[in-house]
Design a protein around this ligand. Structure first.
Ligand SMILES: *[C@@H]1O[C@H](CO)[C@@H](O)[C@H](O)[C@H]1NC(C)=O
Ligand SMILES: *[C@@H]1O[C@H](CO)[C@@H](O)[C@H](O)[C@H]1NC(C)=O
Ligand SMILES: *[C@@H]1O[C@H](CO)[C@@H](O)[C@H](O)[C@H]1NC(C)=O
Length: 777
């Protein structure tokens, strides 16, 4: 809903605001309002809980119900304005969600690469830095009255199936990477000021959600259970895959909100499941924040899934399950009647409001004059500033992944490659580069504009769009490649192929793109490089196998500065260091694989291949973690223990197989505190170009039916100058990362030989239970 702020329609030029934004009126507790400013809930010095309880105590039931929805009603009697909770900031302040309105003094915002690209940097410092910039811009826009303070980002669902249209929004298929991304980005958004929030982030969509519209099954009707193989999303998959990013987001990122999803898990809508919301997110993980529904989950499970027979039951179920806020009108319409019918009591509503109002207080919304508060000074000059735009470029450079460099064909040289043929439907795109859940970018550098800075260009689009239905323009493209000193094809996907509401039907390049690439490569005078834009993986085996195609590069959706970053990598200004955050499967992987089958683990007897590098062992086009550099790195392990003893909690010792089962110790029965495994790894750059290397440390637990066959346990990024060496210290938290989850969903640390892999280097560590220091009871 629009706020009282009036959007000025005057013409604005980038970075030059002709009109200063008007000072924002306080949301509540206006110092000029004599009737409210002295009430306890407005007293900044009182503890937040006291203030919230005071406020709840003053409201009528009807007023309370008005606060259960995203377009929260005003409470004029208490000097509280209406508030729109729904804003988005997945990779920059977004215009998806009614809480944010671009325009006036804020026509644009910095548009970072889509998350799948940023994830490929494997750089947690970068992830947090982006969050800081985005929240600066969000606060500036809030101060200008055009945005909220509650952002329903990031999306940390596991990218489980390569066809998922929203895979682009996620940090990929690995739970630990996704969890680390979540915690870092959330810290960046929320700031580091104790209990105070810069903006409130939200990890979504809890849980086992990663299907939009596949083969007639849509996300509103999907019951995320394993079809045919087992009856349910197994406890094991839940705990060791789907939950992990959310747990890390809540426990390590201290996120202020979690969103439940549209789908059902094992027959219960996630937003109506007390086991998921009350017990897990709030109870076990101790969420300090609010739980919100996806937009309009509650209405959907009543109206479309027919989960309850009356709307009042649907409302009561949601609130009883632990939902605090409805994105959608449903709870505003039906909660009052649910109370009248005795399905719910007012104390349960108070609980929900306690969670939402506490977040608003932590944001400073009840602290009076916004301009005198922390971040109150941020304004239009803090949006799209040169430093922010530079970080968007830097993020794209760090996220680009070099997949193939035969010859080597890359980098191109300004000296040898005077003219470059630029071919393909994504050569000169703008909004394609920012993917979905974006805003309006500060400005764009397209690939063509980037390359133009280094060579003379001959541009032929080849296909009218990514669907590439016709070969009409192929002849001209082939001619261009014949003339030029080098050829760059910028191909791939866009939101017409993969998007929210749209899963892919196959993994190959769309339409006749492959044919265009092969024809152009065959005719090229110089080296041919294939640049791919996409969120999901593409089966480009044809190009990997074509000796005429010297280089393949994946740029994901690289954001507003994507073309500059692509050309910087093409010409070696930047040495690529990105790694794939998801497996690139061959097309036949999906032939008999329903998207609706949630099982992570393979079932050989049923021909079920398993999902992600942790469980799928078949053929790949490029594996998770693949990505090459213009230089070569060599690792050696400088020091690492060969044995680690895992001390048991004294009280648990001797409690039979509850503690030690199949030679694996329950994590809750071990003394985990600071129990870590320290490695020192030397990374030597043996090539002639400075470069950045990502160390991916995998562990292979002792054989057993519970475990993934390998699992990423740590990653670390290091810059190493040519012909030099850097020592990298890595600490692996034993209980968190060397544990595996049994069939009952219990996390255990297997005793015995764990094999650590870093590139080609292997190191074996033996874990042994230690009963030293046992406390005899
Ligand atoms: C490339 O795109 C830019 C921005 O949309 C546009 O101004 C320019 O004319 C395009 N260049 C060519 C050669 O089509
Ligand atoms: C060990 O576990 C099994 C299966 O849960 C159980 O039947 C058995 O009683 C347990 N034994 C002990 C000593 O706790
Ligand atoms: C990680 O990203 C930050 C922020 O862009 C950058 O300063 C740092 O150099 C990066 N780390 C490495 C090893 O490249």
């Amino acid at each position: 809903m629009p706020t009282s702020f009036i959007i000025t329609l005057s013409v604005l030029f980038l970075g030059v605001s002709l009109q200063t934004s008007k000072a924002l009126d306080p949301f509540a507790c206006d110092p000029n309002d004599g009737t409210t400013r002295n009430l306890p809930f407005c007293q900044v010095k009182l503890p937040i809980q006291t203030r919230v309880n005071d406020l709840i105590g003053r409201m009528t039931l009807q007023e309370k119900v008005g606060l259960l929805v995203n377009s929260a009603a005003a409470v004029p009697r208490l000097g509280i304005k209406g508030y729109e909770w729904w804003s988005e900031a997945l990779h920059g302040v977004s215009n998806v969600g009614p809480g944010t309105k671009f325009g006036g003094a804020f026509p644009v915002a910095t548009s970072f690469p889509q998350v799948i690209t940023t994830a490929a940097s494997f750089n947690a410092t970068l992830w947090e830095a982006i969050g800081q910039v985005v929240s600066d811009e969000a606060r500036a826009m809030f101060n200008g009255g055009v945005a909220g303070l509650t952002y329903w980002s990031p999306n940390v669902n596991i990218f489980r199936d390569p066809r998922w249209g929203r895979g682009q929004e996620t940090p990929g298929e690995d739970p630990v990477v996704a969890g680390k991304y979540a915690a870092s980005y959330v810290r960046g958004l929320q700031g580091n000021d104790g209990n105070r929030l810069k903006v409130a982030a939200c990890c979504k969509h809890f849980t086992a959600y990663d299907l939009d519209n596949w083969n007639g099954v849509d996300r509103f009707h999907f019951n995320a259970k394993m079809v045919a193989i087992m009856e349910k999303v197994s406890k094991q998959d839940m705990v060791d895959t789907f939950d992990v990013p959310f747990r890390m987001c809540v426990k390590e990122g201290k996120v202020a909100s979690v969103m439940c999803s549209y789908n059902q898990v094992n027959g219960i809508p996630t937003c109506a499941d007390p086991n998921l919301l009350k017990k897990t997110v709030r109870g076990q993980w101790r969420l300090n924040g609010y739980i919100v529904s996806d937009c309009d989950s509650v209405g959907v499970y009543y109206g479309q899934q027919h989960y309850t027979s009356t709307p009042e039951e649907a409302a009561a179920d949601a609130i009883k399950a632990g939902l605090d806020l409805d994105c959608g009108p449903f709870l505003g319409q039906h909660t009052g009647d649910a109370i009248k019918k005795g399905l719910l009591n007012e104390a349960e509503i108070n609980n929900a409001l306690l969670n939402t109002l506490t977040v608003q207080m932590r944001l400073g919304m009840f602290d009076g004059e916004p301009s005198s508060q922390p971040y109150g000074n941020l304004g239009p000059d803090n949006v799209c500033s040169p430093a922010h735009q530079e970080l968007a470029l830097e993020a794209a450079r760090q996220g680009i992944v070099l997949l193939k460099n035969h010859g080597p064909s890359l980098p191109l040289s300004t000296r040898r490659h005077h003219s470059v043929a630029i071919i393909g439907p994504n050569s000169n795109v703008t909004v394609t580069m920012i993917g979905n859940y974006a805003g309006l970018a500060c400005g764009y550098t397209t690939p063509l504009q980037g390359i133009e800075r280094y060579s003379k260009i001959i541009y032929q689009q080849g296909c009218a769009d990514v669907a590439c239905d016709s070969d009409q323009q192929f002849g001209a493209a082939v001619d261009a490649a014949r003339q030029a000193d080098a050829t760059v094809l910028v191909m791939g996907l866009d939101q017409s192929i993969e998007a929210e509401f749209k899963d892919r039907t196959g993994l190959l390049l769309p339409g006749r793109q492959q044919e265009l690439v092969s024809k152009v490569a065959a005719a090229s005078k110089g080296p041919t490089v294939l640049v791919l834009m996409s969120g999901g993986p593409i089966d480009v085996s044809f190009a990997e196998n074509d000796p005429k195609i010297g280089g393949i590069m994946w740029a994901g959706y690289p954001g507003q500065a994507g073309g500059a970053a692509i050309s910087d990598v093409l010409y070696g200004i930047t040495n690529p260091g990105g790694k794939l955050p998801m497996t690139w499967y061959p097309q036949d992987y999906i032939t008999n694989l329903p998207m609706t089958n949630m099982a992570m683990r393979s079932r050989k007897s049923q021909g079920y291949p398993g999902r992600t590098y942790r469980f799928y062992k078949g053929k790949v086009v490029y594996p998770f973690g693949h990505g090459i550099s213009y230089t070569n790195f060599v690792h050696t392990i400088a020091s690492a223990p060969t044995m680690v003893s895992v001390p048991l909690d004294g009280h648990r010792h001797g409690s039979g197989n509850a503690t030690i089962s199949g030679k694996a110790i329950r994590v809750t029965h071990a003394r985990c505190n600071r129990l870590s495994l320290g490695l020192q790894v030397d990374v030597k750059n043996i090539g002639s170009m400075d470069g950045t290397h990502t160390l991916l440390v995998y562990s292979r637990p002792p054989a057993g039916h519970w475990a993934p066959h390998k699992q990423l346990v740590a990653f670390e990024k290091v810059h190493v100058a040519a012909k030099t060496q850097q020592r990298v210290g890595i600490n692996i938290h034993v209980c968190k990362f060397l544990s595996v989850v049994d069939r009952y969903g219990i996390r255990r640390i297997p005793m015995g030989e764990h094999s650590l892999h870093i590139g080609d280097v292997k190191h074996s560590v033996s874990l042994q239970a230690s009963i030293l220091g046992v406390i005899k009871s």
